[in-house]
Write a protein of this length. Structure first.
Length: 335
C-alpha cells in the first residue's frame, strides 16, 4: 500500500461510520416523547437515578415494579396515570404511572418483544434510559426534544412467587448515545463527555458533566432522574464501533493488500503486480488462450456430455477431441 492509501482509507471509513449514525428526530436516541404512553416503553417515576444504578448495577439486585395509577378510565376513556413529582424513593421498587392491570400487560408485552428481538437479531435491545437531555433544534423553537443520555442494558425476569416481572441489569457495557453526540457536534459544536465506567462512576457525576457541556444553550436542561424502560437499537452502532481503527489489531486492515481497493486506490497497482507474476505473453484466467496457440482445452462436459458416457474432452488442436470421439463411437457400432 502506498503512503497516500492509508489516508484515503481513513477518510473512506470515517465517511462510512458517519452514515451509520442516524441523527434525525425519528431516531429514539435523538428524541423520545415521554408524554406518549406507547406500549413499547414504560416510564419510571419518583426514583433517583443514582439509587437505581446502585441497586441494579453495583449490587446486582432485582427491582420490582409498582403501579401508581388507576385502571379505572375516565368518561373520555383515558386511564388515570400517576404524574411524576419531586418526591423520590430509595427502595427496591420502581414506581410507574400505570394501573396494576395495565402494568402487567405492559411488562408482558415488553418481555415478549425483547425476547423475540434477541432471538431474531442476536442482540439485546431492552435498555433502561437514565437521564434525559431536554434540547431545542433552534433558539426560540417551541418544540422540545428529549434524548436519553445513559443507556443501561437490562432484562425482564419472571418472578415465580408474584407471577410478575422483575428488572435486572445485564453484564454488558454501558452504551453512550453516539447519534446524539454526533448531532450536537454537527449542529451546535457541543462535545458530550464519554462514559468511562469504573468502580466510582455514577450517573449523577456524568450528568453533571453533560450539564456543563450544554450550559451555553438557552432553555436546555438535563432531567437527572428521568428514566424510561424501552427498546433502543444499536445494530448499526456495533458496525460503527467495528469500523473504528482504534478497535483493530496493530496495523489493522491497512496491512491488507486489498485495503487500498476498498478506499478506491491502488487497483491499477494490484493488477500490474498480478501481470508481473506470470510469464509474459502467456494466457491468464479461466478459459483464456493465446492467439498464437493452436491448442486449447476442450471444456469439461462430465459424463453427460456425449454418447456411451465418454470421459471429458482431451487437450488437442481446436475441434480435434470432439471429432475423434465421434468417429470412435461409430466404429464401435459397426458389426
Amino acid at each position: 500500500m502506498t503512503q497516500s492509501q492509508p489516508a484515503a482509507l481513513t477518510r473512506t471509513l470515517d465517511a462510512a461510520r458517519r452514515k451509520l449514525l442516524e441523527t434525525g428526530t425519528r431516531n429514539r436516541l435523538i428524541h423520545v416523547n415521554r408524554d406518549n404512553q406507547r406500549a413499547s416503553c414504560l416510564n419510571i417515576i419518583h426514583e433517583r437515578s443514582d439509587e437505581v444504578w446502585r441497586l441494579l448495577r453495583i449490587q446486582g439486585k432485582r427491582m420490582r415494579f409498582r403501579a401508581m395509577g388507576s385502571d379505572t378510565a375516565t368518561p373520555e376513556g383515558v386511564l388515570l396515570l400517576a404524574a411524576p413529582g419531586a418526591q423520590t424513593q430509595s427502595d427496591s421498587q420502581l414506581e410507574t404511572p400505570l394501573g396494576p392491570e395495565a402494568l402487567a400487560r405492559r411488562l408482558l408485552r415488553l418481555s415478549h418483544d425483547a425476547r423475540t428481538a434477541e432471538e431474531e437479531q442476536g442482540l439485546n435491545v431492552l435498555y433502561l434510559a437514565m437521564g434525559f437531555l431536554r434540547w431545542r433544534e433552534a433558539p426560540g423553537s417551541q418544540v422540545l426534544r428529549e434524548a436519553p443520555l445513559i443507556l443501561l442494558p437490562v432484562q425482564l425476569v419472571r418472578n415465580d412467587r408474584s407471577s410478575t416481572f422483575d428488572l435486572m441489569a445485564r453484564e454488558d457495557d454501558l452504551t453512550a448515545n453516539l447519534p446524539l453526540q454526533e448531532r450536537l457536534r454537527q449542529d451546535f459544536g457541543i462535545h458530550l463527555p464519554e462514559i468511562e465506567e469504573d468502580d466510582n462512576w455514577t450517573p449523577g457525576d456524568y450528568l453533571s458533566l453533560v450539564q456543563d457541556a450544554v450550559s451555553g444553550q438557552q432553555d436546555w436542561q438535563v432531567d437527572r432522574d428521568g428514566m424510561q424502560l424501552g427498546f433502543f437499537s444499536f445494530a448499526k452502532l456495533l458496525m460503527h464501533r467495528d469500523l473504528d481503527p482504534a478497535n483493530w489489531p496493530r496495523g489493522g486492515v491497512r496491512r491488507k493488500p486489498t485495503a487500498g481497493r476498498a478506499a478506491g486506490a491502488g487497483v491499477c497497482g494490484r493488477r500490474a503486480a498480478v501481470r508481473r507474476s506470470r510469464p509474459a505473453g502467456r494466457p491468464f484466467g479461466p478459459g483464456a488462450h493465446h492467439p498464437g496457440d493452436r491448442r486449447r482445452r476442450i471444456p469439461d462436459q462430465g459424463h453427460r456430455g456425449g454418447p456411451c458416457g465418454r470421459q471429458p474432452g482431451r487437450a488437442g488442436p481446436a475441434g480435434h477431441g470432439q471429432v475423434a470421439d465421434h468417429h470412435e463411437h461409430h466404429r464401435r457400432r459397426r458389426p
